[in-house]
Structures are given as C-alpha cells and as structure tokens.
Design a protein around this ligand. Structure first.
Ligand code: ATP
Length: 758
C-alpha cells in the first residue's frame, strides 16, 4: 500500500487539522450530504498539484481556505499533506517515505514541500508522474464525473486514456521537448534578428575594411611605382646633368678664347683707326677752327673800332659847332653878384683882423676868387678837342693793326686748309687697308656668337634639368610623407621590364614622354589613394569585433539548429512511442472494458474504436434538377490525431450507442471503462466519489465485486452512501458537520457508518 496518510488543515470545511490513515486496501468515507466528504477528495487533488480551481469547485486560491462561521473565525491558509510509502522506490527519491505538502495563502501564494523542503510545483509533478499520479488524473473520479468519460469528445477521451496508460510521462517529455523546441526556435529568431540588426553595420564595416585593404594594396603598388619612377628620374637627371656639364666645357673654353681674341682684334682695329695722321688731322681741324675764330674776332673788333671812329669824329664836329655858338653869349648878373659878395666877405674878414698874415691870406683869397670866376667864364666859351683827336689817332692805329692781323690770319687759314685737305686725302687712302682687321673682328664675333648659342642651348637644357631636379626632390619628399622613410630607398630598387633588369643606358636614352606618362599615372594613383582614405585601425578593430560577434551568432544559430533537429527527433520518437504504447494500451483496455461491461450487464459487447475526427468538406453534387451544386460532406481529418470512440451493445437489446443508455446503464458503462483503464496500468490509489450513486442493489453487488478485484492492484478510497460498498471497505471514516460548519472526521464501525451515512 502506497497511500499512508492524509492531513487536512484549514482546507475548505476542514477548519481544524484532520487526519486520515489508509492502512487497508479499501477505505470508505461516509457521511450525510454536505458534511465535507467531497472536500476530502478535493484535498487529494489539491495536494497533488491541481491547478484548475474549477475541478476543486472554486474560483481562486482563497475559496479553498476555511471561510469561517459564526463561531469559528476564518483561516489564513489551507494546507494538505499526503504521505506515500516509497520502500519500493516507486518514486525517484532515496527515502522510504515521502511527504508532499501544499499550502495556499489568502493572497493566492502557493507553497510546496517534499519531505519538508521547499520545492517547485514542477518538482512535485515530476515526482508523482514517475508513479503515474497526476492531479486531475483518472485515479480521482469526482462526484458525477464518471459520466464525463462517456460524454467527453473522442479527443478528450484519448487524453484520459493516455493518462491512465501512464503515457503522461511521455506527454510531459514531449511537451517539454516542444516547449524547448519553441524556445529554441524563438532563440533562433532572436539571434537571427540580432544578426539582422547588426548586418547593415557589418556590411558598412566590411565595405570600409575592403576600402582599407584596397588602399593598402594600392599603397604597395604605389611604392613600387614610385621606386621605379624616382630611380629613373634620378638616374636620368644625374646622367644628363653630367653629360651637359662636360659638353659645356668645350664651348665655354672657346668662348673665353674668342673673347680674348676679339678684344685683341678690336684693339688692333681701334689702334689702326686712331693713327698720327688722324690726330694731325684733328689738330689741324682744331687749329683751323681757332684761326677762323680769331679772324672773326679781329674782324668784329675792327668793326667796333670803325664804329667808335665814326662816333668820335662826329663828336669833334659837334663840339666845334657848339663852341662857335657859345662865345657870343652875356655873363649872367647873378654870377657877378656872387663874385662881389665873395670878395666883400673876404675883405670884411680881413678888416676885422690886424694880423698881416691874415690880410695877406685875404688878398690872396680875393685874387683866387676873381681868377676862378674868370676861368669859369672862359671855360664856357673855349673848345678843346685834343682828347678826341688823340682818341681818333689811337683808333686809327688800332684799325691798322687789326687789318694787319686779319690778313695774317687769312694767310694762316689758307695754309691750314691746304694742309688739312692733303692730310684727309692721305687718310682715306689708308682706310682700305683697315678692312682686313674688321673682317677678323667679324669672323671672331660670328664664331663667338655660335659658341655662345651653343652654351645657351646647353644652359637651357641644364636649367630644365635643374627644374626637373627640384621637382624630383619635391616628389621624393611627398613619397616619403605618403609611404614612409623606405620610399627614399628607391635606388636599391631593381627595375625589371619583360623579365629583364633595365640598364642605366636604357633609362637615360628613354623617350622623356614615357616618364611623363609614368608621372601622370603616379598622380592618378595618388588621387585614388586619397579617395580611398587612410588606414583606420579603429575601423579594422571594430570590424574584427563585429565580425567575431556575428560569427559567434552564426555558430549559435548552427548550435540552436542542431538542437532543433535533436528536439524534433526526440519529439518524433516520443510521438512514435506514445502512439505505439497508446495503440497497445487501447487494445488491452478494450479487452478489459469488454470484460467489465459483460460482467456488469451479464452479456452484451463493448469496444474501443480509434478514429480520426471528422471535418466538413465541400463536395460537388448534382441535385434533382440535374444542376451542379456544392454539398457538405463529413470526412476524416487525416492530419489530426486519432481519438477514441465507444461502441457498446447491451445484452438482449437492439439499441446501440451511448445515447440510448439509461442513467444507470451509463453509470455502469462508465464504471466499466474506468475500471478497465485502471486494470491495464493500475494506479497506486483510486479515489471514487459516489461513483456508485446510481446503482440498484444487484448492480451495487456487482460493483462491490469489481471493487474488490480492483483493490488487489490499487488502493481504493471510496466516498459513498452505498451500504454494499461500505461493506467491502477495511476502514470506514465518518464525516460530520456541526452547527459551526466545521467538518470532523472519525473512524467508525460498519454499523456506525450506516448510521452516519444517513
Ligand atoms: P454530498 O454527500 O451531498 O455530496 P458532501 O459530504 O460531499 O455532500 P461537500 O460537498 O464535501 O459535502 O461539502 C460541502 C460543504 O463544505 C458545504 O457545506 C460548504 O459550505 C462547505 N464548504 C465548502 N468550502 C468551504 C470553505 N471554504 N469554508 C467553509 N466551508 C466550506
């Protein structure tokens, strides 16, 4: 016996702790209507983990707790504990006894313990499932519920039978696997969505990294290209620079020589041109000019003298005419008065003095004054032209001298002119000879010009090369800043063309256009490199991280898909096992059902039939008027699971089918099926709540017989009012309810039980 003990406390009408021992194979619980018997059956459901309040006649957890009465206050919690024997280790725990307890509080909280340790509901369910005990299983048939197996749909009936066959464990496993499968698929979706989320960023990074890779490749290409370009350029410039410099030496030297020679030739020419004759000619010219100027001067002077002579002569003439007119003029009276006044003044001053010397001086003064008066008077009447005549004589002398001088100078000029002309003729004869010297100067100048032109050409080329060199230096700097210091190692680079090393000769003789093309290409490469952007290590790092994460996600998806595959396999396997066991179980139950049925009814036939559910389907048909119409047709749903139909035939009755049975017949049929189910896979205990209510005496006896047969394999707890049933029980419990509404349990004897049951 596996069921040992039940303790109910605060559960429904059991306000106080009530205990039941199940020491016999059959225990009957008896009592009047409403005393709380069914509450005992429900307390079993409760402790075994039932989650449906409806099957415990409640709406919520609180409904299961003692609600209180006028004399007893309500409880805060309801708890039920069941003790099971595990000496045969039917439960997967290393204990001889297992006590499962469930408590519900008013706030709806539930607590489960196994042997005093708190556990989850799932742990309780798994533990009990191992011994084929479930909360709403076939082994607890509530009041009026026996009929449920008859009225249930084929699908629900299948579930009940599966439960009875102990296929719940497989169902659990299958459900678990399905749950896992669902979760795994959700996880796959989640991971895929994560991948989808990160995909654009990853793509962006991928593009960036590809760009960086292209940039690195281009840089490598550019390094090689640069090395070749720089080497060629340097080689070319150095070579041609040297060549031109040495080429320059010859004309440079020649120019110096020519310049010296030319200077010399010019000097010669100049010397020849400026000889003594020329100097003499020049001096003659100068003398001639001087003589001419002197003559002109003398002529001008003589002209002046002549003018002067004319003037003096006219003056003399004028003076003589004037003197002639003035000798007849009277003496002004005023002059005479002035003379008298002056004499008087002299005399008076002498009269005042006695000194002889003063008198003498006065007399001398009178004489002087008179003399002066006379002198002045005569002056104005006498003409003296001596001075003018002297002057004229002097002019005459000078004019004579000037004429002589002019003559001398004219002679001199004539002589000089003759000399000049002679000399000039002689000089012109000499000029013809000087042309040779000029030719030499001309020749030298020509050659010098050629040499200078050559030098200019070379210098122009050299300047071009200098510009190229400047450009080359700038390019080298740019290469170093772009590619690093190694760019300056271009000289060790080996230029290869067509598999062969390119010689210096080939480099320096190459058409310059080709190098310009290289330069052009170089520029294009630099632009491309700039467009690609630099190497961004952060991007590379981020790409690596995001890529790794994505790869991780891919791996996760692969793993999850592998789990999906395994789970699907497991589900398929479980489904197969379930089906196989179900089919085998149905066959066995079918046999037992028929046995119990014929036993109950003393004949007849009962069968379990597996059938797919029917579905309506549209079908084309022809109606009475010959028209095509659509009609509904019931066909088996091939995709659906098989359900279980009952096929019963009562003895001596023509009617077939469940619908034709009376209430008692239905009760017997359902009992037959429930018992049949219990026989194939006997549960540890069966609780039947008034399953026998509708039976008449004869059938009650048959029921009693079957119960005894059943009790051989399963422990029975029977809630009953039936005397026959009571008589088969080893232990009888009476349930009573007083005015306080509290259910009480007591162990009773058969006679007492009969009394209590009423
Ligand atoms: P019958 O023989 O008529 O089937 P029974 O003995 O099976 O009756 P039950 O249905 O088990 O009786 O008990 C019903 C009684 O339990 C009712 O009186 C009801 O008031 C009482 N009851 C149910 N829930 C509670 C609760 N939470 N608190 C107090 N009493 C409760």
């Amino acid at each position: 016996m596996y069921l040992k003990h039940l303790s109910v406390s605060g559960f429904k009408s059991f306000a106080k702790k009530s205990e039941l021992e199940f020491s016999a194979p059959i225990t009957a619980i008896v009592g009047p209507n409403g005393s709380g018997k069914s509450n005992v059956a429900e307390s079993f459901r409760f402790v075994l983990g039932e989650q449906s309040f409806k099957s415990m006649r409640g709406k919520k957890g609180e409904d299961l707790i003692w609600g209180g009465s006028h004399s007893t206050s309500r409880g805060n919690k309801a708890s039920v504990s069941v003790t099971l024997d595990n000496t045969k280790r039917v439960f997967p725990m290393d204990f001889d006894e297992i006590a499962v307890e469930r408590t519900v509080y008013r706030d709806g909280q539930n607590e489960y313990t196994i042997n005093g340790s708190k556990v989850r509901l799932k742990d309780v369910q798994e533990l009990l499932a191992a011994a084929n005990i479930g909360p709403s299983g076939h082994h607890i048939i509530s009041q009026g519920e026996a009929d449920r197996i008859l009225s249930a749909t084929a699908k629900d009936r299948r579930e009940m039978i599966e439960d009875a066959l102990g296929l719940k464990v497989y169902q659990f496993k299958k459900q678990e696997a399905e749950k896992k499968l669902k979760k795994t698929n959700e996880n796959i979706e989640r991971v895929q969505s994560l991948r989808r989320e990160v995909a654009p960023h990853l793509k962006f990074l991928e593009r960036q990294v590809k760009k960086i890779e292209r940039s690195i490749a281009l840089k490598t290409e550019l390094t090689t290209f640069y090395a070749e370009y720089l080497k060629r350029e340097d080689t070319y410039i150095a070579h041609h620079s040297d060549r031109l410099k040495s080429e320059r030496e010859v004309p440079a030297k020649r120019v110096a020589e020519l310049q010296a020679e030319l200077t010399e030739a010019k000097e010669t020419l100049a010397a020849e041109a400026h000889d003594e004759k020329t100097d003499e000619l020049l001096s003659l010219e100068t003398k001639l000019t001087t003589v001419r100027q002197e003559r002109q001067q003398v002529l001008r002077k003589s002209g002046q003298l002549e003018g002067q002579q004319t003037y003096v002569e006219r003056r003399v003439k004028e003076l003589k005419q004037q003197a002639q007119s003035e000798s007849d003029a009277p003496v002004p009276i005023g002059d005479v008065r002035d003379l008298v006044a002056a004499i008087e003044k002299e005399v008076r001053s002498a009269e005042a003095s006695d000194e002889p010397s003063k008198l003498k001086r006065a007399l001398q003064g009178v004489v002087h004054t008179c003399g002066a008066f006379m002198k002045r008077l005569s002056k104005s009447t006498l003409v003296d032209t001596t001075k003018e005549e002297n002057e004229l004589a002097d002019i005459e002398k000078q004019l004579v001298a000037a004429a002589k001088e002019v003559e001398a100078l004219a002679k001199q000029e004539t002589s000089l002119t003759a000399k000049y002309n002679d000399l000039k003729q002689a000089i012109e004869a000499e000029h013809a000879e000087n042309r040779e010297a000029e030719r030499r100067v001309f020749e030298l100048s020509g050659e010098l010009r050629e040499c200078e032109n050559e030098l200019q050409r070379i210098d122009a080329e050299l300047r071009g090369l200098e510009r190229d060199r400047d450009e080359f230096k700038r390019e080298l700097q740019e290469a170093v800043s772009l590619l690093g210091r190694e760019a300056s190692q271009y000289f060790s680079f080996e230029i290869v063309d067509g598999g062969e090393s390119v010689t210096t000769k080939a480099i320096v003789t190459e058409d310059r256009g080709k190098q310009r093309e290289r330069r052009h290409e170089l520029e294009k490469m630099k632009i491309r490199l700039e467009e690609l952007g630099g190497v961004n290590e952060d991007i590379e790092k981020e790409y690596k991280e995001v890529k790794e994460r994505d790869e991780f996600l891919v791996q996760e998806i692969t793993d999850l898909e592998a789990s999906v595959e395994k789970l699907e396999e497991l589900i398929a396997e479980l489904t197969t096992q379930l089906n196989e066991r179900f089919v085998a179980g149905i066959d066995k139950i079918g046999v037992e059902f028929n046995r119990f049925f014929t036993l109950m009814f003393g004949g007849g036939e009962a069968k379990l039939v597996r059938a797919k559910p029917k579905v309506k389907q549209k079908k084309k048909d022809i109606n009475e008027f010959g028209e095509e119409i659509e009609v509904d047709e019931e066909v088996e749903d091939e995709a659906a699971q098989e359900g279980i139909e009952l096929d019963v035939k009562l003895p001596n009755k023509k009617v077939k089918g469940l619908d034709m049975l009376s209430g008692g017949e239905r009760a017997l049929t359902s009992i037959a099926l429930i018992f049949a189910m219990s026989q194939v896979n006997p549960p540890l205990f069966i609780i039947l709540d008034e399953t026998d209510a509708a039976l008449d005496e004869a059938n009650s006896r048959r029921y009693g017989d079957m119960i005894e047969a059943l009790a051989e394999k399963s422990q029975l707890i029977l809630i009953t009012h039936n005397r026959e049933t009571m008589s088969r029980a080893g232990i009888l419990y009476g349930v009573t309810m007083g005015a306080d509404g509290v259910s009480k349990l007591l162990s009773v004897k058969f006679d007492e039980a009969l009394a209590v049951a009423k």
